[in-house]
Design a protein around this ligand. Structure first.
Ligand code: FEO
Length: 393
């Protein structure tokens, strides 16, 4: 793909990665992804904002053909999908220097062995005149690592935000509005999987951006936002303390007993008007579950007892949920066992990061009978009551 003009002297570079299906060796990418870089020409200085994943090096280098000078490479984020080709660009433009945060400098030296004398750090709010154009560097930590920053191009009012507001979406289109709701849905998956644990810091970053008039947001994954208010509004909702009248119900069943319990619970919750987001963990992806965790008020885990403990798929999910630190308020458990069960203790021990109220679990020795079905109804009723109380607050 050739570089594309956004404004006179401002170009969109980089590459869609149509075929990539996994990020961080964990998160499924049903729509691929893209690595966006941007070129800004001032009267005196030319700047490249980020590079691309090393797998797309040739595309970036081809896009730079005919670009006679690059004075600075702004590295918003040291992760290799954006920084991985900085060494190539430094080799190509011998007089160029990298601009980053102090934390970014250390990371670039550690991860890519970039020489210290080719890196210059900037402070929060520092400006860089290019001749007729001015860049302002805004520290936006934890989007998604601690060193991250964004760049505001003052004259054109464009915010270059790197992972912040990004989406894993390979597309030939330039703007999110051309994608319908898809870009926003994928932006939520992206937020859920890499930024949710830091939602308080991200809320502060959003507050900080209120001081800037932004006409376009240009992230480093997925399309640009020509109507920034839409994505800003969604982010504000995701980082808010609000949760929805929703129960996330991930489960595994081996011989059908736990699944039957999940069926009853789903029906009892639905009868009470509660939305249920249910996932069979043998066929579900962690990206979808993480996305539902952005809003869900309650999670009920379903697992049979296997070898005296939780099913490994359930244990794996709890590990991820604990890392993601969602806003969940209530947690419970349903499941079957054969002769002994202490799984609730295991569940509690696996989620120390969650500030949740544990609701009485429902355990069934073998197939659920009348008592267990009544208990499941009782659990649905307790969830309904607790949701009503907390939604009314
Ligand atoms: Fe797209 Fe955190 O790198």
């Amino acid at each position: 793909m050739r570089k594309r003009k956004i404004r006179e002297g401002i170009y969109f570079l980089g590459a869609p990665d149509w075929e990539r299906r996994l990020f961080d060796s964990l998160i499924p990418l049903p729509y691929g992804t893209s690595y966006n870089a941007y070129l800004i020409e001032g009267r005196e200085k030319t700047v490249l904002l980020d590079t691309v994943d090393p797998s797309k090096r040739e595309i970036l280098l081809a896009q730079l053909e005919g670009v006679e000078r690059i004075d600075y490479i702004v590295s918003h984020h040291a992760e290799q999908d954006h920084s991985g080709c900085i060494p190539d660009v430094l080799d190509l433009y011998r007089g160029s220097r990298v601009i980053t945060t102090p934390a970014g400098r250390t990371m670039l030296m550690d991860l890519l062995r970039i020489p210290a004398d080719r890196i210059q750090t900037v402070t929060d709010g520092e400006t860089l005149p290019l001749g007729g154009r001015t860049l302002e560097f805004i520290y936006t930590p934890w989007v998604h690592w601690p060193e991250t920053m964004s760049t505001y191009l003052k004259e054109e009012r464009i915010l270059f935000s790197c992972d912040f507001f990004g989406s894993h979406l390979a597309t030939s289109r330039l703007y999110a509005g051309e994608e319908g709701d898809l870009a926003y849905r994928e932006a939520k998956v992206y937020y859920a999987t890499i930024m949710m644990p830091y939602h308080r810091t991200i809320a502060k970053n959003l507050e900080k951006l209120k001081g800037y008039e932004i006409e376009v947001i240009a992230p480093s994954h997925g399309p640009l936002y020509e109507t920034p208010s839409e994505i800003l509004e969604r982010y504000r909702e995701w980082v808010s303390g609000r949760t929805k009248d929703t129960v996330l119900l991930p489960y595994v069943s081996m011989h059908g007993s736990t699944k039957l319990m999940v069926e009853y619970l789903t029906a009892f919750l639905a009868e009470r008007g509660i939305e249920v987001r249910r996932y069979d963990l043998t066929v579900s992806d962690p990206g979808s579950i993480a996305t539902d965790l952005v809003d869900a008020k309650t999670m009920v885990i379903g697992s049979p007892v296997i070898l005296g403990g939780l099913h490994p798929h359930v244990a794996g999910l709890l590990y991820i949920v604990n890392l993601l630190r969602p806003k969940l308020e209530f947690l419970s458990f349903v499941g079957s066992y054969g002769w002994a069960s202490r799984v609730m203790e295991q569940v509690r021990g696996m989620v120390p990061n969650l500030k949740v109220e544990f609701l009485e679990p429902v355990l069934s020795k073998g197939l659920p009978g009348e008592k267990e079905i009544e208990d499941l109804k009782g659990l649905a009723e307790r969830i309904h009551e607790r949701h009503k109380q907390t939604l009314e607050v």
